[in-house]
Each structure stands twice: as structure tokens, then as C-alpha cells.
Write a protein that binds this ligand. Structure first.
Ligand SMILES: C[S@@+](CC[C@H](N)C(=O)[O-])C[C@H]1O[C@@H](n2cnc3c(N)ncnc32)[C@H](O)[C@@H]1O
Length: 445
């Protein structure tokens, strides 16, 4: 069947129509292309298809730089030039705003996308599947394993360690019980930390294999185990020689925030099991944007309700009166407290709680933030935005990695009197359809 691709929709699929008007969704195509497709699955209102032949390719099409692109489920926009990827994402965002009745309000304040300086080699953390000792990714939308030898999105040091690891004998012993493996680059030392998702607690022979690996691979900073159903640990820090049976608190990744962002430089750290932003350059631009939007004044109170290890709360604390950080993850809050102490920041308080409960606890203590900062995971923060109530903060910043849940949550805030004052797409994840935005809302009481 031949179709003309009308647009690319959220999720990165191209949308075209059959002659009778039925929607057809197909990966790896671009708007304006005439393609021959084969239907793979039919649903009541649409069909899923695969690309068979490109009849009229788009001028924005390019040869995907990665040799595993057609098998690995990680990227889905490599066949588009980088300017075209940005345009597609902006269009996806506009369409979602339209569908939720927000287009008229947002269009005048929608800034052009902020491109990533690095289009490739930007990821400071990647997660691979382990299957019979081999490393790779699952194919898109499935649990079919594809062996891959490197990832063009990963920082070069990660790919070097990956190559050496695949050829090492202690790794083969460790991999027998491995389910997944995360590589994280420690930007400060330029070395890599491995987090091994293990099927059970590691035995002495596996701990010894981890030590051997640390001795063999010069670019390794350390290894931590994350056994299924158990607390993280043990860990080995090759640099300091430290090791521990439980926890991974002492094996930290260090991120230096330059002085230009917050007035003085900050050394922020994250445990290997805690969230950290994967694109360091874009994270710094996001932070610069946050400062520019908020222009925090000396005595304002800010609540960062998905604070992680303090990536935003700590630099903001240098400009605000008080900052309250909340996160549901214990490792994140341990990291945030450690970072506040290590950087001598005293006007911050961090507590472990769900965002809604954390905000309720602040209200119960008669603390009513002037500014809320929301940076939820992909599911968004519907429960929290429903809870936001009197006295209403005058500004809310929402940083989101899923535009569909973001527009849903914005609509709820709209019903409470908030208007979008600024929105911008920050391209954190080039080569993929994933889309990050920062939005400032002001209350019009
Ligand atoms: C996208 S990350 C952002 C973290 C931080 N703002 C940063 O930039 O590093 C989302 C964070 O939300 C936390 N989280 C997930 N669900 C939560 C909830 N219901 N309440 C509070 N925090 C939550 C996660 O542990 C994670 O640290």
C-alpha cells in the first residue's frame, strides 16, 4: 500500500492515511514522503505498518549514522537531519497544545527550541540489557534483544569501557547473573561507574570478579551491584580503594556547575542509583533558562517538589530566601543533603516524601512557597497539580520530559487561574522523539 506521510506524531511515528481515510502509523518516515508500507497490525481506528520502500524521500532525510539504527530500540529520529528533528518536535508540541485547547494561550510565548550543542555522544548515562553475557538493547516496543557494540549517543569514555568490558573474562563471570548494566560517566574524573542489575546478591567469586575488572580497566571509577529485591550494594570505588557491603553512598558521580550559572561554582554529586540528568550541556542551559525565567529575589520561598540530588534547588538557593526540596527516592534525598553540606548551602531543607505529601507537609508547617518547581518523571504530576491550593504560589515552573502528561497537567493548573507566561523545548535527547520542555506559569488571581 502507498501512503503520503502527513506528519510525525508524539512517539516519533509517521502518520498517513489509506484511501478510505483510515490512519496508518509507520516508523522511520518524514512528513511529505511518499512511501510503500506493509500493514503489521490492524486496530479499530488505525493500522500499524512497516516501511517497505521510499518512493519519494524528503530532502531532510539522511543516512542514519548508527549501523544498528534499524534494529536497536533506542533512537527513532536518526533518519532526519538535526534541524528537521527540532522542527518535528516543535510541531508535536504545538499539536498537543492545540488538542488541549492551549494553543492560543501558548503560541505567543512559545520560544524556538533550544538545540543541543552535541547531537551525538551527549549521554553521560546509558542502560543496556544483558543477555547470555552479551550487551545490547531491546527492539522498539518489544523484549526482543539486539546485541550492540557501541552507542553513538553515549560519551566516548562509555564506549571505550564497553569495548574493553566485552572482551574481559571477569565480565563474563559477572554477566551470568546480570540482567541490565548502567554505564555512568563521572564528569569530574572522566571515568566510568558500572551499576550492575544482578539477579541475586553477588557471591564472593563475583565480588572478586568485580575487583579484577576494576584492576583491568583503567577507565573504570568503580562498580556497584543492584541485586533484584535488595538494597544497592556492595560497591567498589577503585580510585579511593573504598568498598562497602551495603549501600553505594560513597561511590559518587561529580557534576561541576560553573560559576556563571549561579554566581559561584557548585560541586554536585549523585549516587549511581539516583536520577541525574543525562545531557550535561543541556542541563546547564536548562538551569540558565530557569534563572532567566524566575529571576529569583532575595527573600522568596521556593519548593522543588521533584528535587533529585538538588540539581536545581541548590543553585536556586543561592538566590532565594529559602528552598524546600522534596523527592520520593531515598538516594536522591541523601545526595541532596550531602550536596548542601558539601557546598556550604544552609538555606535549604530536604525531605523524602511524595510531591503531594511534601507540599501538604509544608502547608501544615505554615510554609507557603512563592514558587513551585515541578520536574516529574514521564507520568507527570496530576495528583499534585490537583492538590495545589490556597494560598496559591504566584509562579510555577514545570519542567517535563513528556509533553502529553505536561499538557494534561497544565490544563488542570489553567482551571486554577494559572496562565502560561513562557514555554520552550529544550532538546535533551537528540536522535530520539523524547521531548523536554520548561514552562513558566503565573497566577492571575
Ligand atoms: C526527572 S527527575 C528530576 C530530578 C531533579 N529535578 C534533577 O534535575 O536532577 C524526577 C525526580 O522525581 C522523583 N519522583 C518520582 N515520583 C515522585 C513523586 N511522586 N514525588 C516526588 N518525587 C518523585 C524521582 O525520584 C526523581 O528524582
Amino acid at each position: 500500500m502507498k501512503i503520503c506521510v502527513e506528519k510525525v506524531v508524539a512517539g516519533g511515528l509517521g502518520l498517513g492515511r489509506r484511501e478510505d481515510g483510515c490512519t496508518v502509523l509507520v516508523p522511520a518516515v518524514l512528513p511529505g514522503e511518499l512511501v510503500r508500507v506493509k500493514v503489521r497490525r490492524s486496530h479499530r481506528s488505525y493500522q500499524e505498518a512497516t516501511l517497505v520502500e521510499l518512493l519519494e524521500p524528503s530532502p531532510e532525510r539522511r543516512l542514519p549514522p548508527c549501523p544498528w539504527y534499524d534494529r536497536c530500540g533506542g533512537c527513532d529520529l536518526q533518519h532526519a537531519s538535526y534541524p528537521c528533528q527540532l522542527e518535528l518536535k516543535q510541531q508535536i508540541l504545538r499539536e498537543l497544545l492545540q488538542r488541549h485547547g492551549l494553543a492560543a494561550q501558548v503560541e505567543p510565548v512559545l520560544a524556538p527550541p533550544l538545540a543541543s550543542e552535541q547531537e551525538l555522544n551527549y549521554r553521560q548515562r546509558i542502560r543496556l540489557q544483558v543477555a547470555a553475557g552479551r550487551l545490547g538493547f531491546f527492539q522498539a516496543g518489544s523484549h526482543r534483544f539486539t546485541e550492540v557494540e557501541q552507542c553513538l549517543l553515549a560519551r566516548p569514555a562509555i564506549n571505550r569501557v564497553w569495548r574493553q568490558l566485552s572482551a574481559s573474562s571477569p565480565w563474563r563471570r559477572l554477566a551470568e547473573q546480570g540482567e541490565a548494566l548502567e554505564f555512568s560517566l563521572d564528569p569530574q574524573s572522566g571515568r566510568v561507574v558500572l551499576l550492575l542489575h544482578h539477579r541475586r546478591r553477588p557471591r564472593p567469586a563475583e565480588r572478586e570478579a568485580a575487583w579484577q575488572l576494576c584492576r583491568e580497566l583503567a577507565e573504570l571509577k568503580g562498580i556497584a551491584f543492584l541485586p533484584l529485591g535488595h538494597q544497592a550494594g556492595p560497591f567498589i570505588d577503585r580510585q579511593s580503594g573504598a568498598q562497602g557491603r551495603d549501600g553505594t553512598e560513597q561511590l559518587r558521580l561529580h557534576f561541576l556547575l560553573p560559576a556563571a550559572l549561579a554566581g559561584r561554582s557548585l560541586d554536585l554529586t549523585a549516587e549511581p542509583t539516583a536520577f541525574c540528568q543525562v545531557n550535561e550541556g543541556q542541563n546547564q542551559r536548562l538551569l540558565a533558562r530557569l534563572f532567566a525565567l524566575l529571576q529569583p529575589e532575595g527573600d522568596e520561598v521556593l519548593a522543588d517538589l521533584h528535587c533529585g540530588m538538588g540539581n536545581f534547588s541548590l543553585p536556586l538557593a543561592l538566590r532565594c530566601g529559602r528552598v524546600y526540596g522534596v523527592d520520593i527516592q531515598a538516594a536522591a534525598i541523601r545526595g541532596a543533603k550531602h550536596n548542601a553540606l558539601a557546598n556550604g548551602i544552609e538555606n535549604c531543607r530536604f525531605s523524602r516524601a511524595g510531591a503531594r505529601e511534601g507540599l501538604a507537609a509544608l502547608h501544615a508547617a505554615a510554609i507557603h512557597p512563592d514558587i513551585l518547581l515541578l520536574d516529574p518523571p514521564r507520568g507527570g504530576c496530576l495528583e499534585l497539580v490537583r492538590f495545589v491550593g490556597s494560598p496559591l504560589p504566584n509562579r510555577i515552573v514545570m519542567i517535563s520530559c513528556d509533553p502529553a502528561t505536561m499538557v494534561r497537567d497544565l490544563a488542570v493548573l489553567g482551571q486554577k487561574g494559572y496562565r502560561v507566561a513562557s514555554m520552550q523545548l529544550i532538546d535533551m535527547f537528540p536522535q530520539t522523539h523524547h521531548l523536554e520542555t520548561i514552562t513558566l506559569l503565573r497566577h492571575h488571581g
